[in-house]
Design a binder for this molecule. Structure first.
Ligand SMILES: [Ca+2]
Length: 358
């Protein structure tokens, strides 16, 4: 564990918990952060009802919580945005300003150990922590997930089109080659198993899916051979189903009101996806590359049906606040309408919290 010498409020405005003010008892909220890969703004039907994708579970999640319709990632690239999700810092500050890639010889950089991730903060508070999915913040020692606050890791350490595509458990390769059609369900099963094993203590699961990054792959349960030209829609349908499985498990486990679940994407879509009509795509700094779906759900804390047009960059959502102001501490009144930006932080955001780390 890295030593943290000064008081810091937590990272993630979005994630942490306002334990003292809002927890119904002394138990901290659990946190699950689900990140799709290259999922565009128009690929969640709550954000684009007239679009070609149907995501009933994500739509329901949005209806039961909050959806940010102008949520911006810091860059239209994978690794850079992921570094911001985990640290709350601009890419040029957390220093991951390119995509690590073994096939391109981009091997010798990653998220520095000196960076403090949300996982480290929560781990230091007694959370069980795990990452299941795409890492992409360095695939060699010393940049591997367990050096950044995760007790467990299982997944592909970079994009699913970078060779060799290998499944790694903690630091060991456990499968090669990888049948990618099973990944969405595999990561979901790992998440549910982890929750089951750790339900009696606070937990944080980072679930960065491989899909819908190319090459697209889907399980047999969601492949529709009668319409072979809509593999992208099949992939999104499976992702949606998998999010629903996690939410259903939380409900069955009576963890529903104790667990903040966030769903978003790391950048806009590649070819074949949907920006919802926004200009640009992945790799472009227009809205189509940087404005992504964002849904947060925590029954009892985030009022249902919150929808905002407030422009909210990821580095604000996930940044460290120091110090957390008293006004923010009291800003979560559901009656506060119209939604102002500070209120938005309070209502939607979730979280967050204040954690003093000595
Ligand atoms: Ca991506």
């Amino acid at each position: 564990m890295k030593s943290i010498s000064r008081i810091q409020l937590v990272s993630f405005s979005l994630f942490a918990i306002w334990q003292s003010a809002f927890a119904q008892d002394d138990t901290p909220y659990n946190i699950i952060l689900i990140v799709a890969d290259d999922m565009g703004y128009g690929e969640v039907s709550a954000f684009l009802p007239e679009g070609r994708f149907e995501t009933p579970r994500l739509d329901r999640m949005a209806a039961e919580g909050a959806m940010l319709t102008r949520f911006y990632v810091p860059t239209p690239y994978c690794a850079l945005s992921r570094g911001t999700f985990l640290t709350g810092r601009y890419p040029f500050r957390h220093s991951v300003v390119g995509n690590p890639s073994p096939e391109s010889g981009q091997n010798n950089f990653g998220l520095p150990r000196s960076e403090i991730t949300i996982a480290e903060l929560l781990q230091s508070k007694g959370y069980a922590t795990a990452a299941f999915g795409k890492w992409h913040l360095g695939h060699r020692d010393p940049w591997l997930p367990r050096s950044q606050g995760f007790d467990e890791y299982y997944g592909i350490l970079y994009s699913n089109d970078m060779y060799p595509v290998q499944l790694v458990r903690n630091e060991e390769v456990v499968e090669y080659p990888v049948a990618q059609g099973k990944l969405s369900q595999l990561y979901t099963d790992l998440t549910i198993n982890f929750i089951e094993e750790n339900k009696d203590q606070p937990f944080f699961v980072y679930l960065p899916h491989a899909m819908p990054h190319k090459p697209l792959a889907v399980s047999d349960n969601f492949y529709t051979p009668e319409t072979p030209d809509n593999l992208y829609e099949d992939v999104i349908a499976e992702l949606d189903h998998c999010v629903g499985q996690v939410l259903d498990f939380l409900l069955r486990s009576e963890l529903d009101r104790k667990t903040l679940v966030v769903f978003t994407s790391d950048n806009g879509p590649n070819q074949g996806g949907s920006t919802g009509g926004l200009r640009g795509m992945k790799g472009r700094v227009w809205d189509g590359g940087m404005r992504v779906p964002f849904i947060a759900r925590l029954p009892g804390v985030i009022p249902p049906g919150v929808k905002t047009l407030i422009r909210l960059p990821a580095w604000i959502c996930f940044r460290r606040f120091a110090p957390w102001s008293e006004s923010m501490r009291h800003g979560i009144e559901p009656s506060m309408e119209p939604i102002s930006c500070p209120c938005l932080r309070a209502q939607i955001m979730l979280v967050l919290v204040r954690q003093s780390l000595e």
